[in-house]
Design a protein around this ligand. Structure first.
Ligand code: C2E
Ligand code: MG
Ligand code: MG
Length: 628
């Protein structure tokens, strides 16, 4: 039996040492640190279990105090092990006992008292004593079981309570190793002479290692750097300890396209090279590769972050040599620190990721995450937009277009509206760009178009004095292949004539994009008509205007206001030129009678602005303009 125990202990020690060795390089990660503690305690228990059992056999030849010391040491480790298994369960469940020190202390006092009882055995013989026949169990031996069952029971309660924080696999693993511990405790009673508990505990440690310490969980692809999960852990830990930190992150611009150009293998090498460069050049920072060309460098706040940024940026001026290819890459940056006013680690990381997404769309430069509010607002807008689109809560308002001569209603522009969670209106100037970025603009455009078609179907436009309704078309919508098919099918389905709808396209949409031209041509052939929106706000290129089948030009509000404040000859000439070319002209942003008069005087055919009416909900529009 002894031989068996030696061999088994040797194997268990080796196994635990292996876990220790494999987990050590990542000892900065929160779960990992607890894991290392647990492994140390397990090693201590194994060794003292073996020593104490050995000397207990030969008790007659060993001084009594040695027998006490070795046995007491074993019990101290044995009991501590129960506590550390419980602690790692807390870490896995994202519970931080240090947040509630009183409760934490109370829970820890169980192991403390149990250990004191074990240590007192020297005087009291409570847990064990060395009698004439050597080692004997004492009357309070069951304290070992009480301590273990207390922590196991507590672990199960916590697992049950916080189970939603874990994935199925994690829940399975955490239940698994705790069950192994329960079985270990039961079998130990039945087979006290064998190293049962040690074997079961090592088994549990293996389960924890494989489920939660597996390098793949914390290291990015190809193991060149830590990954997102590791960054989250690390920042959570820094927050808990209130340690000032700073993260400088960057994204390789046009990562996906560049990958397409250089090929996956070369690009992977490039990413490796960047990680390697960062690791070697900035040893005091921890390097994370988040995904898709996004890197993060984490370090103490006191480091010269501006210089680090400059240095990294300078390195990006040079090519990255990957095999026989030279990769020319550029990066955009975002940074956040513990002084940026974020309340939690999760918020820090989520905002960093959003900032990186934004940085990837801007050319170079740096986004400082002090603009938390702005990012929060952006997230809120995105949420409100998705909700409005998914739940059919997108609202359409109509703003009248007035004939400048007769001053009567001739048309209306459909303008979309959504509401935030607080019920307040979010203006399109905020949500349209978000919709364009997230691709939701297609669904937004379709819903507005559908609502307008239904409005036309359900109302007598003539009775309202409307000859047509304008619908805005975003340049991004025109990038969708089935845009015209989709509009045409909505139109057919609602039985509306296309000449009652005008599509407004902004100037920047008038890019020389074949797809845009195809859409415009298809829609035109099917009876739609087009307006050029916001003329004068972007690139004003008359020849390009001519290239498209517009029938109407809408002067941008700024242009109208500029003219009204400083009446030079430029705008009247432009309006005249447009009119000679056969376009009708609309002036937007008319806010007073004087403006209405002066813009009519230079030849604008239609007027739109708050002076006549703000955009109104469909119902209000109908009641206001119903002639009946
Ligand atoms: P836009 O197409 O140029 O629409 C005119 C904007 O000017 C509207 O802002 C309108 O409320 C505002 N406006 C009208 N008269 C006055 C005035 O006298 N004074 C002032 N200060 N403003 C006036 P809104 O509704 O906030 O829309 C802003 C922009 O958002 C629109 O500019 C349009 O480009 C875009 N947009 C709105 N709805 C949609 C939509 O359904 N689809 C798309 N793609 N874009 C939309
Ligand atoms: Mg418009
Ligand atoms: Mg406009």
């Amino acid at each position: 039996m002894w031989n068996y125990n030696y061999i088994l202990t040797g194997l268990l020690v080796l196994l635990v040492l292996l876990c220790h060795y494999l987990a050590m390089p990542r000892a900065n990660i929160r779960i990992n640190r607890t894991f290392i503690q647990l492994v140390n305690v397990q090693l201590g228990t194994l060794l003292f279990d073996l020593f104490s059992s050995r000397v207990d056999e030969d008790f007659a030849f060993i001084p009594v105090y040695w027998l006490y010391i070795l046995n007491m040491a074993f019990f101290v480790f044995y009991l501590a092990r129960a506590f550390w298994f419980y602690r790692i369960t807390c870490d896995i469940l994202h519970i931080r006992p240090e947040k509630e020190p009183r409760k934490g202390l109370l829970v820890a006092s169980v192991v403390g008292v149990s250990e004191l009882i074990a240590l007192s055995s020297f005087f009291t013989g409570a847990v064990f004593r060395i009698g004439e026949m050597g080692y004997e169990r004492g009357p309070a031996y069951s304290v070992l079981y009480v301590c273990w069952y207390f922590y196991l029971a507590l672990s199960f309660v916590l697992i049950f309570r916080y189970r939603s924080r874990l994935s199925g696999y994690e829940l399975f693993s955490v239940l698994g190793y705790n069950l192994i511990l329960v079985i270990g405790n039961i079998v130990r009673v039945l087979l006290p002479r064998y190293l049962i508990m040690d074997t079961f505990c090592t088994l549990s440690i293996l389960v924890i290692y494989l489920a939660f310490e597996n390098p793949d969980l914390y290291l990015a692809n190809r193991r060149i750097a830590f990954n997102m999960a590791a960054l989250r852990e690390e920042v959570t830990d820094l927050f808990a300890k209130k340690r000032p930190f700073h993260i400088l992150a960057f994204v390789v611009q046009d990562y996906v396209e560049t990958r397409g150009i250089y090929g996956g293998t070369q690009m992977d090498r490039g990413v490796d090279m960047i990680a390697q460069y960062l690791t070697l050049e900035f040893p005091s920072c921890r390097i994370f590769y988040l995904r898709n060309g996004c890197f993060a460098m984490l370090g103490p706040q006191r480091m010269p972050w501006d210089l680090i940024h400059e240095k990294v940026n300078a390195r990006f001026q040079e090519p990255w040599i990957a095999g026989d290819a030279e990769l020319y890459l550029s990066a955009s940056y975002a940074q956040v620190g513990s002084d940026s006013g974020m309340e939690s680690a999760d918020k820090t990381i989520n905002n960093l990721v959003r900032a990186l997404n934004r940085a990837s769309q801007s050319a170079g430069g740096m986004i400082n995450l002090d603009t938390t509010r702005e990012l929060d607002r952006e997230a809120e807008i995105k949420r409100a937009l998705e909700q409005a689109l998914d739940q059919g809560k997108l609202e359409v308002f109509l703003q009248p277009l007035i004939d400048s001569r007769s001053r009567t209603l001739v048309g209306a522009e459909a303008l979309s509206r959504i509401r935030g969670t607080d019920g307040r209106m979010i203006p399109p100037s905020l949500f349209v760009p978000v919709a364009e970025q997230s691709g939701k603009i297609n669904s937004l455009g379709e819903q507005v178009f559908e609502q307008v078609c239904h409005f036309i179907r359900d109302n007598d436009l003539n009775a309202l004095g409307l000859s047509w309704i304008n619908v805005n078309l975003s340049p991004v919508q025109c990038m969708k292949k089935d845009l015209s098919d989709c509009f045409l099918s909505i139109l057919t389905e609602s039985g509306v004539s296309p000449d009652l709808i005008r599509l407004e396209i902004t100037e920047q949409a008038v890019a020389d994009i074949p797809l845009l031209e195809t859409h415009i041509e298809t829609l035109r052939q099917n009876g739609f008509r087009f307006s050029l929106d916001d003329y004068g706000s972007g690139y004003s290129n008359l020849s390009r205007v001519k290239h498209y089948p517009f029938i109407n030009i809408k002067l941008d509000m700024e242009v109208v206001w500029d003219y009204f404040h400083d009446q030079d000859q430029l705008l009247p000439s432009i309006v005249q030129a447009f009119k000679q070319m056969g376009y009708s002209v609309t002036a937007e942003g008319i806010e007073s009678e004087e403006m209405a008069e002066s813009l009519s005087a230079i030849g604008c055919d239609y007027l739109q602005g708050f002076y006549f009416s703000k955009p109104l909900p469909l119902g209000e529009f109908v009641s206001k303009y119903s002639r009946a």
